[in-house]
Design a protein around this ligand. Structure first.
Ligand SMILES: Cc1cc2nc3c(=O)[nH]c(=O)nc-3n(C[C@H](O)[C@H](O)[C@H](O)COP(=O)(O)O)c2cc1C
Length: 211
């Protein structure tokens, strides 16, 4: 069983999707063959297409954008749909992460991948909605299963199990195990730091572009 781990965050580096792939790889170590690929632009390269062809299961790791999926993913899905004959039938899984605390926010975006998988004649394997995505890159150094990532790692282990059994589930959700108020405070601190790094003040958040 070869699994394609698709990093579909538009970020080139330090994405929460990449951190989740690293956690999944730790779970999958010596249990299966995984190929990590980037899908961060709207065009698919020949190399990506070749890897996708040879994998039996595809896992899309992506951020939640405005309760949906980032626009470039839709273009990639359209291309893949047009190639359904040459691709053959695949098991499709999705791991959506969001900036808000509750992973359930990702439900509709998981439905987008689910409906696409059926339309493109693949098998919907299941989806995970992960809340607290803003904390994930900062937690990369933690051992698998350690708090505050323990529930997320548990959900990734469950996903791996289902993929290896060639089995489906519907959707499950997991959050970073931090108190909601602490997560919010840390997120606001992060925004403040990003503003300062870009030479802006807090009041600039509500600025409107000049006409
Ligand atoms: C354009 C845009 C739209 C977003 N929309 C949402 C949203 O609707 N709900 C949410 O919880 N987070 C939203 N986020 C936050 C991202 O989902 C969050 O930062 C995620 O962890 C980024 O994952 P990545 O690092 O893998 O790209 C949005 C971020 C951007 C840039």
């Amino acid at each position: 069983m070869k699994i394609a781990l698709i990093n579909a965050s538009p970020k080139c580096k330090e994405s929460a999707s990449g951190a989740l792939i690293a956690d999944f790889l730790a779970c999958a170590y010596e249990k299966c063959d995984c190929a990590e690929i980037k899908m961060n632009r709207s065009k698919l390269t020949d190399d990506v297409i070749d890897v996708l062809k040879e994998c039996e299961a595809w896992v899309f790791f992506y951020p939640l954008y405005v309760d949906g999926v980032p626009g470039h993913i839709l273009s990639c899905l359209k291309t893949l749909e047009s190639m359904k004959k040459e691709m053959g039938e695949k098991y499709i899984y999705a791991v959506s992460n969001c900036g808000f605390y509750d992973g359930r926010q990702c439900e509709h975006s998981l439905d987008i991948i689910k409906h696409w998988s059926r339309r493109a004649c693949h098998v919907w394997g299941g989806g995970i909605g992960i809340g607290g995505g803003g904390a994930l890159t900062a937690l990369l150094h933690l051992k698998p299963g350690a708090k505050p990532k323990s529930k997320i790692d548990k959900s990734l282990n469950f996903l791996l199990e289902k993929i290896l059994e060639e089995n489906s589930f519907e959707k499950i959700y997991a959050n970073v195990s931090l108190p909601r108020a602490i997560y919010k405070m840390a997120a606001e601190h992060g925004w403040g730091r990003s503003l300062a790094n870009n030479g802006k003040k807090k009041s600039d958040i509500s600025a409107t572009p000049e006409k």
